[in-house]
Design a protein. Sequence first.
Length: 188
Amino acid sequence: MQHTFGYARVSATDQNLDTQLEDLTRAGCTRIFQEKVSGTRTRSHALDELLAAVREGDVVVVNRLARLGRNTVHTIQLVEEFNRRGVHFRALDLSIDSRTPAGKMIIGVFSSFNQYERENNRQKSLAGIALAKQEGKHLGRPAGRDAEKVAKVATALERGLSVAEIVTLTGISRASVKRYRQELLASR
């Protein structure tokens, strides 16, 4: 059975949800998730509840597209998630309805912008990494080899201790003990 859910949000506690609630009720919403939170806050409990409630074939309606997400990128990501999950989406202010050809086209344009933004960020990131490498900067986490730990493992192995015993005795992780053991065997 298809459900029509509404989502209403205002960004300040002194703002009123009444207009949004009236519009969503007129649009046929049988359940409306509502909250008064800052758009920049990362967690949105009512939105999380909405995302948990919707199923394939359901419809999510917002009074204004800008009320859905924290920012443009977040809004586009939510619309894409609805689309992936087979949930229809309507924004009353822009007459967007994902069930219509025009609505599908607009959502496709949104997705294209989001893909462009992701690719643009990826290219910037790769360029930054290349520049850092060119400047000789070390990337990633520090090297995991610790000469003192290798010496402890070597001594323990010479005494005939097992990997499990070395882990218990030294507190060095099992993976590190095995790696050091392999390195020591390879160097002989």
